[in-house]
Design a protein around this ligand. Structure first.
Ligand code: HEC
Length: 132
C-alpha cells in the first residue's frame, strides 16, 4: 500500500517538474523573441490613438503634460520623424539622464498598450499647440 502512495507521489512530482520546465521554456523563448512593431497603418488607427491618449493622460501627463509639452526634453510635437520602435523602447525600458528619470514601464503596462501610447505620441508630431 505504501509503495502505491510513493508511486503516486512520484508521478505527481514528475508532472509538476514537467510543467515547471515547460513553463520556463515558454517564458525564456518568449523573452528572446523580438518585439514586432505594428505596421504604420495600425499606429494611425484613431481607436489606438484614443486608447493611448486616455492612458497617457492617466499615467504620463503628470510629468509630460497632456500633450507631451512639459518635462525636460523636446516637446513630443516637435519630433517629426520619430521611430515608433524608439518610443516603445523608452517607455518599456525607461531612461536616465542625470537627475532626469523616465521610469521603465515594463510589467506595469502591457506591450499592446505601450504601442497604443506610442500611436498617441506619434499623432502629436507636427500638431499645433491647442493653447499656451
Ligand atoms: C516621473 C516622471 C515621468 C513619468 C511619470 C513619465 N515620464 Fe517619460 N520621461 C521623463 C523624463 C525625465 C524624460 C527625459 C529623460 C531623458 O532626459 O533622457 C522622459 C522621456 C520620455 C520620452 C522620450 C522623449 C524624448 O524626447 O526622447 C518618452 C517617449 C516618454 N518619456 C514617454 C512617457 C510615457 C508614455 C509615460 C507614461 C507611460 C511617461 N513617459 C511617464 C519623465 C517621466
Amino acid at each position: 500500500m505504501s509503495r502505491m502512495i510513493d508511486r503516486k507521489r512520484l508521478a505527481a512530482w514528475a508532472r509538476a517538474c514537467a510543467l515547471t520546465t515547460g513553463l520556463l521554456w515558454a517564458v525564456c523563448a518568449g523573452a528572446q523573441e523580438p518585439v514586432a512593431p505594428p505596421g504604420a497603418e495600425a499606429l494611425r488607427n484613431p481607436e489606438w490613438i484614443e486608447a493611448g491618449r486616455v492612458r497617457f493622460v492617466k499615467t504620463c501627463a503628470y510629468c509630460h503634460g497632456y500633450e507631451g509639452d512639459a518635462g525636460k526634453h523636446v516637446p513630443f510635437r516637435e519630433h517629426l520623424d520619430w521611430d515608433p520602435a524608439q518610443i516603445h523602447d523608452v517607455i518599456t525600458n525607461g531612461r536616465r539622464r542625470g537627475a532626469n528619470v523616465m521610469p521603465a514601464w515594463q510589467g506595469a503596462i502591457s506591450d499592446d498598450e505601450v504601442w497604443r501610447i506610442t500611436a498617441y505620441i506619434l499623432s502629436l508630431g507636427g500638431k499645433p499647440r491647442a493653447s499656451q
